[in-house]
Design a protein around this ligand. Structure first.
Ligand code: DC
Length: 230
């Protein structure tokens, strides 16, 4: 393969898209980019600077801070491609339920989305990438070589997220996680700018009754066929 390949994976929170995207990237030796982590890192920066709460985001000051901030991806000691802000790896700090409950207020701001799209394009330049998110096949890479929409029911997704978060937040109930996911689904699909949609020409993969291995096999077959890999 002498041209660079873009694989776009969109879908709602906890549909399994990031797990699958990482495995697909590993299979083809492409770079995996978790675009949600950029929105999470910006939420973290907004919290640190007291520019966000549940009813207000000071996006003009935040944008000024972002202009002086370096957001990048690099490989950590476990050889995972993780996000760093001004050289500091943030991975553990951006997966909390506090960040999860605030991130959609950041992701709905058009000026922030435009800033993030620039980062997404810069870090993907001249690389074959698998990128997951909400607007990858629709806005960031509308001409991606392969586009997927990965989905699962609200209950399946809530259970997955709850199992993940319970490792560090023992008191968290499934109901709280479910309500948070529902709120995020509503925000992601109804926001004015770049809402979550099934991108044109995308292939929908429902992960409810499939193991990770089964989803992976299915998607690899589709990618091989699209890229004409024998
Ligand atoms: O995939 P995630 O849960 O880490 O994403 C965090 C939030 O960022 C999610 O609420 C939606 C938003 N997001 C987005 O709007 N566009 C993307 N390309 C990726 C994430």
């Amino acid at each position: 393969m002498n041209k660079t390949i873009k694989v776009a994976i969109d879908g709602p929170s906890s549909s399994g898209k990031s797990t699958i995207a990482k495995l697909i990237a590993k299979h083809y030796k492409f770079t995996y980019i978790d675009s949600g982590s950029i929105y999470r890192a910006i939420t973290y920066i907004a919290l640190e600077n007291k520019l966000i709460n549940k009813s207000f985001v000071n996006s003009s000051v935040l944008i000024e801070i972002l202009k002086k901030t370096s957001i990048d991806f690099s490989f950590n000691k476990k050889n995972q491609n993780t996000i760093s802000v001004d050289g500091t790896e943030l991975e553990n700090k951006i997966r909390t339920s506090e960040i999860s409950s605030l991130v959609s207020f950041i992701a709905e701001k058009n000026e922030i989305r435009e800033y993030v799209v620039k980062i997404q394009k810069r870090i993907s330049k001249n690389k074959s990438v698998v990128m997951d998110g909400r607007d990858i096949g629709s806005v960031v890479f509308p001409n991606a070589d392969v586009k997927f929409y990965v989905d699962a029911s609200l209950l399946t997704r809530s259970k997955r997220r709850w199992i993940e978060l319970s490792k560090t937040e023992q008191d968290l109930s499934l109901e709280v996680v479910k309500n948070d996911l529902l709120k995020r689904d509503t925000n992601d699909t109804n926001r004015e700018f770049s809402p979550l949609v099934k991108p044109i020409n995308s292939i929908t993969i429902s992960t409810d009754n499939l193991s990770i291995g089964e989803v992976l096999d299915k998607m690899i077959k589709i990618i091989d066929q699209k890229l004409k890999i024998k």
